[in-house]
Design a protein around this ligand. Structure first.
Ligand code: FAD
Length: 330
């Protein structure tokens, strides 16, 4: 069977299906595993530019996080609710980060899996027995597997809708996917000439626009040198979506008080445009078992409670359970 997407949902689904005895291939168009859990090098800096931290509110995910802590691929980062001026409410809840950076958790999950990176699925069709995966030649690592007896799709819902043959998709399933919405996020990654000197935990979460988040990756424990991640708020991200990179950098970095006050200077910067950053309208169930075609389940952070990293992980696990049941595995 094939899992489309090596983000948290896809990796959890693949891990559990493989454990149930399935032969699983994971394909992802990206160069690394993790999807929106993303880390990039910028000169001497290492920068988490997608998801910044995660919480563990359910027993099932807390057990996974305990395993990650024991394996040394996650660590506590801070406790409490972060605001514009630091921790504003000590809710006693730990916020975790990946080790050595956020992608550490995805790499750990992928270790025993057959993951084909740089492999973009362009279209998914079906006949009576199987799914057929098409490519448009854009995949850097070659075409995806051509045929799959069962499928898990974890791309953001608009991309999943574009992939699946409309002739196969049941109208109820189509409507469920069409109802899912996301906020975009413009992210700036910047190498700094000195630390932001925010004090622990090295990050701030302003409430509103233009910024949703900024952090010094060195203070976070991810980068050897001072390096900034800035996330625009949803409205600002929409407004500046088409703007040139230098305008995005000036707008977002210029809004970071410690930079605006002349405390740190940007040496080099990059922009990442996350079109589907966080799900804003989600499907109530933890995954969607397709009503028509060969066995297939759609999963991701837009399914079930909570969203985000924990929601994606739980959705992936739910997808594996649903598909294993349908196939009589395990
Ligand atoms: C800027 C930003 C900040 C965030 N901050 C946090 C945070 O602090 N805490 C938190 O918990 N969550 C945060 N999130 C949300 C969190 O990252 C996501 O909810 C979670 O990672 C989603 O996982 P997923 O597996 O559902 O989707 P994804 O991670 O998006 O995985 C889907 C994968 O499918 C692949 N794919 C798509 N189409 C194809 C195709 N046609 N062929 C092959 N592969 C394909 C993609 O390349 C991708 O790797 C943040 C997200 C962003 C963008």
């Amino acid at each position: 069977m094939v899992v489309i997407g090596a983000g948290l949902a896809g990796l959890f689904a693949a891990r559990d299906l493989a454990a149930a005895g399935a032969a699983v291939t994971v394909v992802d168009k990206g160069r690394g595993v993790g999807g929106r859990v993303a880390t990039r090098r910028l000169g001497p800096a290492t920068i988490d530019h997608g998801a910044q931290f995660f919480t563990a509110r359910s027993a099932s995910f807390a057990a996974e996080v305990a395993g990650w802590l024991a394996a040394g691929v996650a660590a506590p980062w801070f406790t409490g609710v972060l605001g514009a001026d630091g921790i504003v409410d000590d809710d006693g809840e730990t916020r975790f980060r990946g080790v050595p950076a956020m992608t550490g958790i995805a790499r750990h999950l992928a270790v025993d899996l057959d993951v084909r990176l740089g492999t973009r699925v362009a279209a998914v069709r079906a006949d009576a027995d199987a799914w057929h995966l098409g490519d448009d030649g854009a995949g850097a690592a070659g075409p995806p597997p051509r045929r799959a007896d069962a499928l898990v799709v974890t791309a953001p819902a608009p991309q999943t809708l574009a992939l699946l043959d409309p002739a196969v998709l049941d109208p109820t399933d189509r409507l469920a996917l069409e109802r899912i919405t996301y906020d975009p996020c413009l992210a700036v990654l910047a190498l700094l000439d000195r630390p932001l000197a925010l004090g622990p935990p090295g990050a701030r979460r302003p409430s509103g626009e233009p910024l949703a988040w900024y952090a010094d990756n060195q203070a976070k424990g991810v980068s050897a040198v001072p390096a900034l991640t800035v996330h625009g708020g949803p409205a600002t991200s929409r407004t500046f979506w088409e703007a040139p990179d230098d305008e995005v950098v000036a707008t977002l970095v210029g809004a970071v008080p410690a930079v605006a006050a002349g405390g740190a200077r940007v040496l080099e910067a990059q922009v990442q445009r996350w079109r589907y950053a966080q799900a804003t309208a989600r499907h109530a169930e933890a995954c969607l078992v397709l009503r028509s075609g060969p066995p297939a389940v759609v999963a991701g952070d837009a399914f079930g409670e909570g969203g985000r990293i924990e929601g994606a992980a739980r959705s992936g696990m739910a997808a594996a359970t649903a598909l294993a049941e349908r196939l009589g595995l395990g």
